[in-house]
Design a protein around this ligand. Structure first.
Ligand SMILES: NC(=O)C1=CN([C@@H]2O[C@H](COP(=O)(O)OP(=O)(O)OC[C@H]3O[C@@H](n4cnc5c(N)ncnc54)[C@H](OP(=O)(O)O)[C@@H]3O)[C@@H](O)[C@H]2O)C=CC1
Ligand SMILES: CCCCCCCCCCCCCCCC(=O)OCC(=O)COP(=O)(O)O
Length: 326
């Protein structure tokens, strides 16, 4: 093999390697690592500054992921407006937040606004109340949601509508009600907590998966339309999280499912996911998947080999039907 012209002639192979590593590759490697590290550090500092004193609205803050998001955004110095249907639970959370002094940054006493996302009138009134809290909104985190379990044939259209109203129409209405003030300030950030099921559909989740696919589509359109006003849109798609989502899910006839599924119980801690949400928002990420390898691979499979993916889902439906005798 011919030695590169910049190497001294007749250099033994081992010494040639030493020469390359000591003269060219190592400094280059360290240089790249240094630049990357500096870039990450800058990103982290900018993310912290972006969230400090930012007015952040979080829906579904009474429990699960929303509650944990409230804690991490509060600790990051955000001015919070916490939303949910249960005023008592929100008051309790505010007491918990303001009682803890485990943060180095200046914190702000949160406001609370109670409303039901399935009531369009209440959503418009709530948006006006939210705007009165601090006078403007920097970041809206559309987190509230419900899940569902049932076969399509057994499920009433009323149940399909209830899931869509909570997970899709409610967040869409709240976003539309808050956008004009963001556009006027040419500043704002809309976050949608979707799901892996916004990217792939699994059997016996029709209403839930449909509502999350609709969420993904709507907020992707919004991102493109809001670019001219410098308004950011982040869609976050988590895998299973250990919350009460399955317990609170509704069934084919609209009754409460009331079971903690193994998949939910074995899901990620909502505390960890909330930190990932905070980081994604701080970095103004556009589309984030927060899941293990298998669900992430399933998304690629759905795109690259849809036939195979559909067969796998049909076999999953067969197995589950046999197991549940439905
Ligand atoms: N847990 C999981 O495995 C995953 C969850 N997600 C998503 O995360 C988000 C949060 O869910 P999670 O924390 O897990 O579940 P939880 O059931 O613990 O929390 C749901 C929240 O949504 C609120 N909510 C439900 N219905 C309404 C409504 N009609 N009007 C206003 N608020 C409502 C609830 O408030 P209230 O006190 O009023 O009931 C509650 O605060 C959801 O969008 C969910 O789809 C995504 C992927 C996985
Ligand atoms: C190249 C090899 C690819 C192999 C892919 C095999 C297909 C495996 C299917 C995996 C399905 C993952 C489903 C994940 C669902 C999920 O994370 O949902 C999150 C939720 O929103 C949970 O809500 P739920 O009410 O359903 O508990």
């Amino acid at each position: 093999p011919v030695s590169p012209s910049y190497l001294p002639k007749n250099l033994p192979k081992a010494r040639a390697m030493d020469f390359i590593t000591s003269t060219a590759i190592l400094p280059l490697l360290f240089g790249c690592l240094g630049v990357f590290g500096l870039f990450r550090l800058l990103q982290w500092v900018r993310g912290k500054a972006y969230l400090r004193h930012a007015v952040v609205v979080i829906t579904g803050a009474t429990s699960g992921l929303g509650k944990e998001c409230a804690k991490v955004f509060y600790a990051a110095g955000a001015k919070l407006v916490l939303c949910g249907r249960n005023g008592g639970a929100l008051e309790e959370l505010i007491r918990e937040l303001t009682a803890s002094h485990a943060t180095k940054v200046q914190t702000h006493k949160p406001y609370l606004v109670t409303f039901d996302l399935t009531d369009p009138g209440a959503v418009v009134a709530a948006a006006a109340e939210i705007l009165q809290c601090f006078g403007y909104v920097d970041i809206l985190v559309n987190n509230a949601g419900i899940s569902y379990r049932g076969t399509i044939m057994d499920t009433t259209v009323d149940v399909d509508k209830r899931v869509m109203e909570t997970n899709y129409f409610g967040p869409v209405a709240l976003t539309k009600a808050l956008l004009p003030s963001m556009i006027k300030r040419r500043q704002g950030h809309i976050v949608a907590i979707s799901s892996i099921q916004g990217k792939i559909s699994i059997p016996f989740r029709s209403a839930y998966a449909a509502s999350k696919h609709a969420t993904q589509a709507f907020f992707d359109c919004l991102r493109a339309e809001m670019e001219q006003y410098e308004i950011e849109v982040t869609v976050i798609s988590p895998g299973y999280i250990h919350t009460n989502l399955s317990v609170n899910a509704i069934t084919a006839d609209g009754s409460r499912y009331g079971v903690m599924d193994t998949t939910t119980a074995q899901g990620r801690s909502p505390v960890e996911v909330a930190h990932d949400v905070l980081a994604a928002v701080g970095k103004k990420k556009k589309d984030v998947i927060l899941a293990d390898l298998l669900p992430s691979l399933a998304i690629y499979l759905r795109t690259l080999a849809p036939g195979l993916f559909f067969s796998l889902m049909a076999s999953r439906a067969r197995k589950e039907r046999k197991f549940k005798n439905c």
